[in-house]
Write a protein that binds this ligand. Sequence first.
Ligand SMILES: Cc1cc2nc3c(=O)[nH]c(=O)nc-3n(C[C@H](O)[C@H](O)[C@H](O)COP(=O)(O)OP(=O)(O)OC[C@H]3O[C@@H](n4cnc5c(N)ncnc54)[C@H](O)[C@@H]3O)c2cc1C
Length: 472
Amino acid sequence: MADVLMKEQTKLSPEVLNELRSQVRGSVYLPGEDGYDSARTIWNAMIDRRPAVIVRAAGASDVIAGVRFAKKHDLPLAIRGGGHNIAGNAVCDGGIMLDMSGMRSVRIDPVAKTARVEPGATLGDFDREAQAFGLATPLGINSTTGVAGLSLGGGFGWLSRKHGLTIDNILSVDIVTADGSLRHASERENPDLYWAVRGGGGNFGVVTSFQFRLHPVGPEILMGLIVHPFSRAKEILEGYRKVAPKSPPELTTWVVLRKAPPLPFLAPEVHGKEVVILALSYIGDLEEGRKAVAPIQALGKPHAEVIGPSPFAGWQTAFDPLLTPGSRNYWKSHDFVELSDGSIKTVLEYVQRLPTPECEVFLAQMGGAINKVPAQATAYPHRDVEYVMNVHTRWGEPSKDAECISWAKELFEALAPFATGGVYVNFMPEDETQRVRKGAYGANYERLAQVKEKYDPTNLFRMNQNIKPAGA
Ligand SMILES: Cc1cc2nc3c(=O)[nH]c(=O)nc-3n(C[C@H](O)[C@H](O)[C@H](O)COP(=O)(O)OP(=O)(O)OC[C@H]3O[C@@H](n4cnc5c(N)ncnc54)[C@H](O)[C@@H]3O)c2cc1C
């Protein structure tokens, strides 16, 4: 232990650390101090990294101090928002970690229908504040995810087919770039930076404030689950691929293939058996919603169905119990423009041998407003994708690492012939750096590299799915 502590602190003398402490309004944590371990612990328990120093920022001035400190002492720099990134880039070994979780303010302007959100806010923080005014913007499906990481990579959830990706609703950001200056980026100011941060991840600086557009949503929406037996999975998926593309943008239906959790509305004998779960929500008039949902309900006789009106804010937390922090996780993800016979056959074959009861394959329905935005309008290029498939491998014991990771990789390889080759950057694990250029950014990569060269020529911000400066 003493060796580890020594290694973490080799570069940082007490004088240097005092200099940092004197500049920071928030907290500074060193290894062994209270607050250090909780700040470096993130959602994915596979990640166990030990920064030399952690700064829990209280405001933009702390971020400026942290960025300048990293630059001056040539330290790796990691940025933590909600700590949910599967690759674990929120934490570095050695170096400095900027922990934004102390900056969680969300201020809603109900007249202008906009929100000012600090980068430590979670999706739950944002939804609660916005729903107090019957408003919302598209975010993800797990309320403990960070607004910052989700938004900077793209961001999609139940509202996206109607209102676009999270990035399509970013009006501006305040961002500390590698030279330590705070800039504003919007359509009018620093438009190149504004383009790049909408999908380019944490490559361009530390965002200290987001401004979002809001939409009237709920407060009640039609939502629910339909659970089918796995024995009819092929039929359900073949029916789903026919009806889903005809759904109005208000309706979004995701498919989850997994062993049934002990949901109270499922008969006990179904618990633990493979099932096909259709999770859906309709954002709009409840009666119109009932009509729109009917073709999904008609796909077959399920084990159980619970569909009805419910508060939107509650729906946004519905999957939290299945996605708690502290488990070991490994993900693989593919984009699809259609669900071919081959992709259905392959997925069903692998779901019959899930390595643990927590593993699942989910299929998120995209399209609608997401695909109305041109591929070059933001850094996120995948505007023709109809389904994102994520292989969620999840387990508790390190002894299961090899088995679980192999299962995910094999399924991923077997599905590759049916996929576009593209990938959503926020679903990439740490060992996929080779997919950043072509897979995550494709035709937008060169332009991103130019913006990176302009704002971060020495690649200070490299703890991410890294875009290399054009001149590198
Ligand atoms: C359980 C779960 C459910 C999910 N569901 C969805 C979903 O429904 N839809 C969806 O789109 N995604 C979803 N995701 C993926 C999610 O978008 C990414 O994991 C995202 O990176 C999480 O952001 P974070 O702030 O929590 O993560 P962190 O790990 O804290 O940050 C991720 C990265 O973002 C960058 N970053 C964070 N804060 C800043 C900042 N202030 N300035 C600059 N860069 C910053 C850094 O590079 C950092 O490494 C889910 C993830 C999990 C674990």
